[in-house]
Design a protein around this ligand. Structure first.
Ligand code: AMP
Length: 216
């Protein structure tokens, strides 16, 4: 494929990416949210979007099926970043990865006592590294969604999840007990494509940079 392919996911990232795509001159020629099409043309005939699941974005870019992508740091951390160049923090979909526990649970005491915590999360790698660095013993339980249900249903003592406004935690009588990392959307680039398609990719990356600076 001689043109440029950009991998994006629907949802929060896409909503906040649309103004950046438009500013970079590669806005979709039809609204991806309304479309069932997974390959969406853009304002530029040589640039197309592919709509993928959020956690698959780094994989598409790693293997060169997409030259560029936009992915949350949470997803990039789990992927590991192999084959990817990460030139730009787009400062979109900003949130924090947190450890949260039920309001009544004495997390500090449990950790201090050397208790073995059960932690439910989608983010196994981030959680494993966070608790290992603290020397806390955890049994990690992999979930694919609605982490906040796990402590309420008795599946886990705590969760690792993304928190934006904190409304979801409050609604489920959970509270933040630790921060793991700040999270935002990043531009990612296939490392090989950056060399072979440099003439096409470089100006586009610069336009994203300018669009982010203009939104700051
Ligand atoms: P909030 O209630 O605003 O704190 O949002 C928390 C819920 O939205 C949780 O289910 C999170 O997994 C999800 N969430 C928050 N921020 C993001 C984000 N930037 N990207 C994807 N999911 C998010």
């Amino acid at each position: 494929m001689s043109g440029i392919t950009i991998a994006l996911s629907k949802g929060r990232i896409l909503d906040e990416t649309l103004p950046l795509l438009a500013a970079a001159g590669v806005g979709p020629s039809e609204a991806p949210e309304d479309s069932r099409q997974l390959i969406v043309p853009t304002a530029r005939p040589d640039v197309r979007l592919v709509i993928v699941r959020a956690s698959d974005t780094p994989t598409y870019v790693q293997y060169g099926a997409a030259d560029l992508g936009i992915a949350g740091k949470d997803v990039l951390y789990e992927h590991g970043g192999a084959g990817l160049y990460q030139p730009l923090d787009l400062r979109i979909a900003v949130c924090r990865m947190m450890v949260a526990a039920p309001e009544g649970f004495d997390y500090a005491h449990a950790v201090h006592q050397g208790a073995r915590l059960r932690v439910a999360t989608k983010y196994l790698r981030a959680a494993r590294e966070h608790f290992a660095a603290k020397g806390v013993h955890v049994d990690l339980i992999k979930l694919y969604g609605s982490m906040e249900l796990a402590p309420l249903a008795g599946l886990a003592d705590a969760i690792v999840d993304l928190v934006s406004t904190g409304n979801t935690l409050r609604a489920n009588r959970l509270r933040v007990v630790e921060e793991i990392m700040p999270v935002s959307g990043r531009l990612i680039v296939n490392q090989a494509a950056l060399k072979t398609k440099r003439a096409a990719l470089h100006p586009l990356i610069e336009r994203f940079e300018a669009a982010v600076a203009a939104h700051a």
